[in-house]
Each structure stands twice: as C-alpha cells, then as structure tokens.
Design a binder for this molecule. Structure first.
Ligand code: NAG
Ligand code: NAG
Ligand code: NAG
Ligand code: NAG
Length: 198
C-alpha cells in the first residue's frame, strides 16, 4: 500500500481516550536522514543572442533513513530559472524519489518526495518521507539549507555572425561540488508524526 497523505497533528490524548495510548514499538529504529552526493548542475545554451535553445537544471541525491528504506532522488527542471526567484524547480512543485527495497521482492510501504527552492541566494531542500513500522504510520518532514559551492563557466562565441553556420552564441554551465548532509535523530524525531494504523 502506498500512503499518499497522513494527518500532521496528533490529537491530544485527552480527546482520544477511546484509543489505546500510542507507544512507539521498540523494534522501530529511531529515524535519521542521510543525504549523500547532493549534486546540482545547470546548463544554458543560447544558439543566437535572442534564442535560448536549452535551459535545464538537475538536482539529485541518495537518501537513507535507517528506520525505513533507501531511495534515490533526482529531478530535472527545464525552462528556468524564473526571473523572480532565480530558481529552476518551482515551489511548491514536488518530486517523487525511487525507493529501493531492502530485500528482493520486499514491498516498500511509503514514499519519499522533495521540493527545492532557490531564492534570495538561499537554496533550500525540503524532504518528506512516509513509512510504516509495526502497525504505525510515520511521517517526517525536514527543510534543509544547501550550502553548495558552485562554479559557473560562461563561453561566448567571439566570432558570432548572423546568419551563422550553426555555431552557438553563448553557453553557461553551473556545476556544484557534491555535498552530504546528515540530520540526527533529534531533528528528525522533532519533525516526525506517528499514528497507529486501524
Ligand atoms: C553523484 O551523483 C552524480 C549525479 O547524479 C553522478 O553522476 C555521480 O556518479 C554520483 N557519484 C557517486 C559517487 O555516486
Ligand atoms: C511536505 O509536507 C508538508 C505537510 O504536509 C507539505 O506542506 C509540503 O508541501 C510537503 N513538501 C514536499 C516536498 O512534499
Ligand atoms: C525552508 O527554509 C527556508 C529558509 O529558512 C525558507 O525560505 C523556505 O521557505 C522553507 N521552505 C519551506 C517549504 O518551508
Ligand atoms: C574567431 O576568428 C578568429 C579570426 O578568424 C580566429 O582566429 C579564432 O580562432 C576564431 N575563434 C573561434 C572561437 O572560433
């Protein structure tokens, strides 16, 4: 079963007196988030001064929560960056990650998705995960600031003429050093909601 939405808030216990108290099963690990090889690249190609032929950015990372399942997250955004946010990936658009099962044939119950926003020089990455363990549904959400070290390489054809013979006018490539970020169980737990399944 794939969980698509879960309540974010638990009702106070007083109003749920007909339900058993929620006790986290000891066999469910404490969640923590480990994002590795967070990679960002962007490419712009102007075939003429007036024609933007290619504009795309790719963001990818591998995601591991030892309490759930590993996943690969990646998306390409085309047509950006938007002039008002300088972001390619338009918030609130979200992107689904591909989950890997831990054992062949095992069915993963849950999902990981992310959203990215680059505004005012700050790159933020929000990751949400749902998973199940021992009859409990978990939902965790974290919003990370990405301190990416990026290099932009610009090339402009010094001999561009119009009409030309198929040469490009200008290219701009952005490549960022891949980084890793680990979020400890304190932070992830603070952003985690669990509820007992029926
Ligand atoms: C990191 O991600 C990039 C982009 O997806 C990929 O090309 C590269 O092989 C990855 N590096 C490692 C060490 O997995
Ligand atoms: C994460 O979950 C929150 C609360 O449901 C939602 O507002 C937000 O859009 C989600 N973000 C992503 C990247 O899915
Ligand atoms: C994530 O944090 C950044 C910086 O604090 C903020 O600008 C952005 O709006 C936050 N994103 C979400 C989805 O809350
Ligand atoms: C531009 O033209 C000059 C003179 O013909 C030539 O020497 C140079 O290699 C050309 N540059 C490029 C990038 O094609």
């Amino acid at each position: 079963m794939r969980l698509t939405s879960l309540p974010i808030l638990l009702l106070p216990l007083a109003s749920t007196s007909t339900l058993p108290a929620i006790v986290e099963p000891a066999s469910c690990h404490t969640p923590s988030f480990h994002l590795t090889n967070i990679s960002y690249t962007a490419n712009l190609v102007f075939s003429t001064p007036a024609h933007l032929a290619i504009s795309s950015a790719t963001l990818s990372f591998t995601f591991l929560n030892p309490a759930a399942f590993p996943a690969f997250c990646g998306a390409t955004s085309r047509g950006g960056p938007s002039s008002d946010t300088s972001s390619y990936f338009q918030w609130p658009q979200t992107y689904e990650c591909d989950e890997y099962t831990e054992e062949p044939g095992e069915v993963v119950s849950g999902s990981v998705e992310f959203g990215y926003l680059h505004v005012g020089g700050v790159r933020s990455l929000e990751v949400n995960e749902t998973w199940t363990c021992e009859g409990f549904n978990y939902f965790a959400s974290v919003n990370l600031t990405l301190a990416l070290d990026c290099e932009t390489t610009v090339w402009q054809n010094p001999n561009f003429t119009w009409p030309n013979n198929g040469e490009l006018y200008r290219t701009e490539n952005v490549v960022c050093e891949p980084i890793d970020i680990s979020i400890g169980s304190d932070t992830v737990l603070a952003n985690t909601v669990k509820e007992q399944m029926e």
